[in-house]
Write a protein that binds this ligand. Structure first.
Ligand code: AMP
Ligand code: MG
Length: 413
């Protein structure tokens, strides 16, 4: 708790993580598993590669037959068969013999080395070997990549391109993944205009529906609904009741503060929601509410467009990660502040920054005016610099913690 009586963002995050349990697993076809999270440990039932094979196009030989070979003293071997990728040789290799071989083809029985085609001269039915090849030369061994029985991927692994490839190489066709969190978005405000609606005095175009849905999808959630409600008590109760239905996470934006027309908190109370916190020592993002309603995690985020995005990244994203079974990100990377930044003590500041790469690592440069209504400050932002609650000034050259704005794991398509 900060001196102001507001909750520190790290304490808030802990409360959120304490309430977010991994969702059940479901089978997922490997072809649709990009961006999903493994809910099982996977090991190999056979080695990868499955057999000894050639790493080069050339000839499979016995090393002993080419032990004295050189440009001026070629070893002459009889070519008795061919081993192609997918079509192994039938013959096994004897004294003075060679088998033509392609990259990836099975190493024939009796052979113990590969001579690359560049080190040979082809004759009719024979091959001249112009260089020695030691035992094992250019041979890939079975199990070089994965041994039989080896544990390869663990529960909680985010499935990206490399994971998909490794799972395919293990022969997995279907993998068990955590179910994607179902998330609903509800925006509140009499002033809100939906896309395409003509402008009217005092109106504000709704951006939160889009930013929050987009962030949620990027973090692996399935957005199951997006609704709008007027600043009216009964309508707000009904809209919240509808938006938690079937949702693992309900995000409500706006109307969560203390104004006469802010109906979200009283409505949540009327519906029997269990509050965990309200009020963060964070700028932007002070009027943030979190609690549960039945099995649904409910976030009441501030309506200001930047505050909504910032509090989503700092609190809803960790919840989605936990629901997916991803490990919590306990430490933040750091970056060097490019400019002095002054702030009063009392709340941590989440400063939108561009990140650039320098000799001493990442540098952070604020994107400009930092008002919570200045949504364009998010346009070029790569990260939030998190300036601690008690800090009053950060000087150029000081290192600060940063929260990357892009999710760290692959996003579902
Ligand atoms: P509130 O949190 O309802 O007090 O709203 C704070 C500010 O955010 C007000 O200026 C609202 O007009 C604005 N706001 C609320 N919801 C949205 C939204 N969905 N899109 C854009 N601005 C919003
Ligand atoms: Mg409002």
């Amino acid at each position: 708790m900060a001196a102001s009586g507001l909750l520190e963002i790290e304490d808030a995050r802990r409360l959120v993580l304490g309430a977010a349990m991994p969702l059940a697993a479901e089978p997922v076809d490997l072809r649709s598993a990009l961006g999903r999270v493994l809910a099982e440990d996977l090991s190999a039932d056979r080695p990868v590669p499955a057999f000894d094979s050639s790493a080069m196009d050339g000839f499979a030989v016995r090393a002993v037959d080419v032990a004295d070979a050189g440009e001026r003293n070629p070893a002459l071997l009889r070519v008795i068969d061919e081993s192609r990728a997918g079509a192994p040789a039938r013959a096994s290799l004897g004294d003075g013999q060679a088998i033509t071989i392609s990259t990836g083809a099975v190493l024939p029985a009796g052979a113990d080395a590969i001579v690359p085609v560049e080190d040979t001269r082809r004759q009719d039915g024979r091959v001249e070997v112009l260089a020695v090849a030691a035992v094992g030369a250019h041979v890939r061994r079975a199990g070089d990549d994965v041994r039989a029985g080896q544990a390869v991927l663990a529960r909680g692994a985010a499935i990206g391109a490399a994971e998909l490839g490794v799972l395919a190489s293990l022969g997995a066709a279907t993998v068990r993944c955590s179910r994607r969190p179902r998330l609903s978005v509800l925006v509140s405000g009499d002033e809100l205009l939906m896309p395409g609606e003509p402008f009217r005095p005092g109106a504000v175009r709704d951006s939160n529906s889009l930013t929050i849905s987009a962030l949620a999808r990027g973090d692996g959630a399935e957005v199951i609904g997006s609704a709008t409600v007027q600043d009216e008590a009964d309508a707000t109760v009904a809209a919240i009741a509808a938006s938690v239905k079937g949702a693992d996470v309900a995000v409500i934006c706006g109307g969560v503060s203390v104004g006469e027309h802010d109906h979200v908190r009283p409505s949540l109370q009327a519906l029997g929601a269990q509050p965990a916190f309200w009020g963060l020592a964070l700028k932007p993002g002070r009027p943030t509410w979190f609690g549960t309603l039945g099995a649904t995690l409910v976030f009441g985020l501030p309506g200001n467009p930047v505050s909504a995005m910032v509090t989503f990244v700092l609190l809803v994203r960790p919840a989605l990660r936990a629901l997916l079974g991803l490990p919590p990100q306990l430490r933040r990377p750091t970056a060097v502040m490019e400019h002095d930044y002054e702030k009063p003590a009392g709340r941590a500041h989440a400063v939108r920054c561009r990140i650039s790469v320098h000799e001493d690592g990442w540098h952070a440069e604020p994107t400009g005016a930092q008002g919570s209504h200045v949504l364009t400050s998010m346009l070029d932002a790569d990260a939030l610099a998190i300036l601690p609650t008690d800090a009053v000034a950060v000087h150029a050259g000081e290192r600060v913690e940063i929260e990357p704005l892009q999710p760290w794991t692959g996003a579902p398509l």
